[in-house]
Design a protein around this ligand. Structure first.
Ligand code: SF4
Length: 85
């Protein structure tokens, strides 16, 4: 086991926006304004300090995306949202 308890161990270690899938709905920006912003083309981009935001907020933002354009990865680079079928 690593140091620190499981409660404080974060799950999300990388956030990706599939740009061609983003339809600029901006629900991600509303839910997580410290994580996502729209660039000059109106496409969501991940902000520099995004991983300072708690996992729950990241999951809520990813779940809010109507096109599932937001992908979340764990520390091993495994996609944890959307669930891989
Ligand atoms: S919620 Fe999805 S479609 Fe809307 S801006 Fe964010 S990434 Fe793009």
């Amino acid at each position: 086991m690593e140091m620190g308890d499981a409660k404080t161990k974060r799950k999300v270690h990388r956030i990706e926006v599939i740009r061609p899938d983003c339809i600029s709905a901006a629900t991600c920006v509303v839910i997580a304004p410290d994580v996502f912003e729209l660039d000059s083309s109106g496409i969501a981009v991940v902000m520099a300090d995004a991983l300072n935001v708690d996992d729950n907020t990241l999951f809520m933002a990813a779940q809010s995306c109507p096109t599932q354009a937001i992908l979340l990865y764990d520390e091993y680079g495994v996609q944890i949202f959307p669930p891989i079928k």
